[in-house]
Design a binder for this molecule. Structure first.
Ligand code: GLU
Length: 488
C-alpha cells in the first residue's frame, strides 16, 4: 500500500536552466505536498548523456531555492532514497529490465540503425499514421539472443507492448483517459549505451521512492500508458496522475524561447521579485474559484488543490506578471525594499555613490507608488543620485521662457535664507515668490522641477526638494539656469 501522506517529486532533466513551465510543475508539487503535510522530493533525471550540461544541476537547484521551493529530499539534502541522481542509480534499471525480459514483457533488440531507418521509410511510404517498431526481434529464439550477446552485438531492450489492449487510468485533472495499445510503440527501455530511457527510469524510481502522486506537464500524458504497462508488468501499485495544462503564448502557440524569456533566471535577472514570479506561475492553470489574484506563498499553500487545476492551456501574460510585481513590491516593508535597493545600487552605475540609509528610505517612501520594479527606484529617478546631465527638450520648449531664469534666481534667493526647510517651508516660499511676481505657482513649479531633476514628471515637487536638501537644490537651480540658457 502506497503511504497515506503524499510523496511527490519534481523530476527535471537538467537542461541548463529552470524553465518557467518546470517552475510551475515544481510549485504545484510543492504546494500539494505542503498543503497535505507531505514530502517534496527533487530527483534529477540525467540519463540522456547527449544533453549533459556542465553546472546544470546547481543552476536548477539555485533557481528552485531562490523561488523558496526547498525540497525535503534530493541532491545536496539527501534522504532515505539516495542517490537522487538517476545517473547514479543505473544498476537498478538494468536489474528491472532483466526482470521484464524474464517475464516476457521486454526483449533484446539487435536491429541496426540502418534496418530501423529502412523500416521508417517504408512506413512513411505506406502513410502509416505513426512510425512503430515491427517487433522483429521479439521472436528471436533464446539461443540467437544468447549468441548475439556473446558476440557483443550492440542491442537495446524494448518493452513488449501487447496488442489490442485498452490502457486506461484516471487523471486527477483530466478524468478517465484511455489509450489503445495498438498505437503504443515497443518503447526502448535500455539504450545501446546502457543507459535507461526516461520511461523505465522514471517508473522504477517513482516506485522505489514511494511516490504517491505524479504531477507533471501535459507533454508527458502520451508517455503515461507506457508507464501504466510497466506498473502492471512489475505488479506494482500505481501512483495517482495529474497532468498539468500546457503553457501558451498570447497567440496560443506553445510557450517557446523564440517568443520571449522562458528561464527563471531571465526573470530574476530582469528584476522580477520571486514572490511575484511564484504568484504568477501559480495562476497558470489554477485558481481558487474566486477573483483573488494576489497571493503570498502561505496563502497559496492554504488554498491550493489539484482538483482546481484546469485542463485547458494557460496563457502566459507578461503584463499580468508586471502588475503582480508592482503589487508585491508595494506590500514589502521599507526595510526589505532598502535591502533590495542596496543590492540593485551595487550593480548600478551608482555603486560608488555613498548615500545614507535615511536618504534611500526617503526615496523609497516617495517613489514606492510609482514603480513596478526595485531597479526603478534608480532608473525612474536618477536625479536622486546625481545632478541631471540632460534636460527634457519638450519640457524646455513648454515651460522655459526668457523670464524663467530671473524668476528662478529670485526663488533661489528666497530658498537660500530658509533655515533647515521642511516640505511646507519650500511650498510657502514658492507661493510667496509667485505672489510677488504676480504669476501662477505652476509657472515656477514646472521650470523648478526641470531645473532640479531634468524631467517634467517624477516625485512630488516638495518631496524632491526636501530629500535633495537645500544646498543641492540651490546648486542645481544655478547650474540649470546657466546650462539651459546656453542650450535655448
Ligand atoms: N524528466 C522529465 C522532465 O524532464 C520528468 C517528467 C515526469 O515528471 O515524469 O520533465
Amino acid at each position: 500500500m502506497i503511504s497515506e501522506t503524499p510523496r511527490v517529486r519534481f523530476a527535471p532533466s537538467p537542461t541548463g536552466y529552470l524553465h518557467v513551465g518546470g517552475l510551475r510543475t515544481a510549485l504545484y508539487n510543492y504546494l500539494f505536498a505542503k498543503k497535505n503535510n507531505g514530502t517534496f522530493i527533487l530527483r534529477i533525471e540525467d540519463t540522456d548523456r547527449n544533453r549533459f550540461v556542465e553546472g546544470a544541476i546547481d543552476n536548477l537547484i539555485d533557481s528552485l531555492k531562490w523561488c523558496g521551493l526547498n525540497f525535503d529530499e534530493g541532491p545536496q539534502v539527501g534522504g532515505d532514497f539516495e542517490p537522487y541522481l538517476q545517473s547514479e542509480r543505473l544498476y537498478l534499471y538494468h536489474k528491472h529490465a532483466l526482470q521484464l525480459i524474464d517475464n516476457g514483457h521486454a526483449y533484446y533488440c539487435f536491429c541496426t540503425p540502418d534496418r530501423l531507418e529502412k523500416l521508417r521509410e517504408e512506413q512513411q511510404r505506406l502513410k502509416l499514421p505513426q512510425a512503430k517498431y515491427d517487433k522483429h526481434c521479439c521472436s528471436l529464439s533464446k539461443e540467437t539472443v544468447a549468441e548475439n550477446l556473446n558476440n557483443n552485438l550492440p542491442y537495446v531492450i524494448r518493452l513488449n507492448v501487447p496488442s489490442n489492449l485498452k490502457v486506461n487510468f484516471n487523471d486527477i485533472i483530466r478524468g478517465d483517459v484511455e489509450f489503445d495499445s495498438n498505437n503504443i510503440d515497443d518503447q526502448v527501455l535500455i539504450k545501446s549505451d546502457g543507459y535507461p530511457t526516461y520511461h523505465l527510469a522514471n517508473v522504477v524510481d517513482d516506485h522505489q521512492m514511494k511516490i504517491t502522486h505524479v504531477i507533471r506537464g501535459e507533454e508527458w500524458l502520451s508517455s503515461t500508458p507506457k508507464h501504466i504497462l510497466l506498473y502492471n508488468f512489475f505488479e506494482w501499485e500505481k501512483p495517482l496522475f495529474a497532468h498539468l495544462p500546457l503553457l501558451l503564448n498570447a497567440d496560443r502557440s506553445k510557450l517557446s524561447k523564440r517568443q520571449g524569456d522562458v528561464a527563471v533566471e531571465d526573470y530574476r535577472g530582469k528584476g522580477y521579485l520571486k514572490e511575484a514570479l511564484v504568484n504568477f506561475v501559480a495562476l497558470l492553470g489554477w485558481n481558487a474559484g474566486d477573483d483573488v489574484e494576489f497571493y503570498q506563498m502561505e496563502s497559496l499553500i492554504e488554498k491550493f488543490s489539484l482538483e482546481r487545476v484546469n485542463k485547458s492551456g494557460a496563457v502566459f501574460d507578461l503584463e499580468k506578471l508586471k502588475w503582480l510585481n508592482a503589487e508585491h513590491l508595494r506590500k514589502k516593508s521599507a526595510d526589505e525594499l532598502l535591502t533590495l535597493l542596496k543590492l540593485e545600487l551595487n550593480e548600478s552605475e551608482y555603486n560608488n555613490v555613498n548615500l545614507s540609509d535615511d536618504y534611500l528610505l526617503s526615496i523609497i517612501e516617495v517613489m514606492r507608488e510609482r514603480v513596478s520594479f526595485v531597479k526603478e527606484f534608480i532608473t525612474n529617478c536618477k536625479y536622486f543620485y546625481e545632478q541631471p546631465n540632460e534636460f527634457d527638450e519638450a519640457a524646455i520648449t513648454k515651460n522655459w521662457n526668457p523670464e524663467t531664469p530671473g524668476q528662478l534666481k529670485l526663488l533661489n534667493d528666497v530658498f537660500s535664507i530658509l533655515n533647515l526647510p521642511t516640505r511646507e517651508d519650500y511650498e510657502i516660499a514658492l507661493a510667496k515668490v509667485a505672489l510677488e511676481l504676480n504669476i501662477g505657482k505652476g509657472k515656477l513649479i514646472h521650470p523648478l522641477r526641470l531645473a532640479v531633476s531634468g524631467q517634467s514628471t517624477g516625485a512630488g515637487m516638495f518631496d524632491l526638494l526636501y530629500i535633495l536638501g537645500k544646498e543641492e537644490v540651490l546648486k542645481r537651480i544655478n547650474s540649470a539656469i546657466l546650462r539651459i540658457n546656453q542650450t535655448t
